[in-house]
Design a protein around this ligand. Structure first.
Ligand code: GDP
Ligand code: MG
Length: 162
């Protein structure tokens, strides 16, 4: 069975950009508008001869009301389906209250979690990741999804036990 990997995190951290890089498809919509991907999107991916399924989600950690409510539930669904959760955050924005909320929700799930600090381009890795160690969410990976940087190494580390 291929492992299932869910990409979660608040809007605009780069989930869909990473999904596109992993699947090399252009059908997960990426735009400058935060939270554009409203539904779960599944992709087939293969890195260094290891196959896996990747799930792109809308953001969680926003208000549970209005348009955010289905986004939140579809993210929860993706987490349930996943063998591994990639928790994406934004190195440029630093740690936000939404990130802290999502971290609390993820901890309660008991799934294997990897922290992915995205948008590390133009930032020193130690500086960009410094904020996020305090979450204590396990291994931290620094990537620049839009530049394709750090992704192969990250996936090798994530999939080494699969
Ligand atoms: P999502 O809402 O989490 O799916 O985020 P998107 O993938 O739609 O990306 C949100 C914005 O961040 C877009 O404008 C992307 O081009 C930009 N972005 C994504 N990855 C990177 C990155 O590695 N570096 C920089 N500088 N921008 C990025
Ligand atoms: Mg998206």
């Amino acid at each position: 069975m291929k492992p299932v990997i869910a990409l979660v995190g608040r809007p605009n951290v780069g989930k869909s950009t990473l999904f596109n890089q992993l699947t090399k498809s252009r059908d997960a919509l990426v735009a400058d508008l935060p939270g554009l991907t409203r539904d779960r999107k599944y992709g087939d991916a293969c890195i260094e001869n290891k196959s896996f399924i990747v799930i792109d989600t809308g953001g969680i950690g926003e208000s549970e009301q209005g348009i955010d409510a289905p986004m939140a539930s579809q993210s929860q669904q993706a987490i349930m389906e996943a063998d591994i959760v990639l928790f994406l955050v934004d190195a440029r924005a630093g740690l936000t209250p939404s990130d802290v909320q999502i971290a609390d929700q993820l901890r309660a799930r008991g799934k294997p979690i990897h922290m992915v600090v995205n948008k590390i381009d133009g930032i020193q890795e130690e500086v960009g990741t410094a904020d996020f160690h305090q979450l204590g969410m396990g291994e931290i990976h620094a990537i620049a999804a839009s530049h394709g940087r750090g992704i192969t190494l990250m996936m090798e580390r994530i999939l080494r036990d699969f």
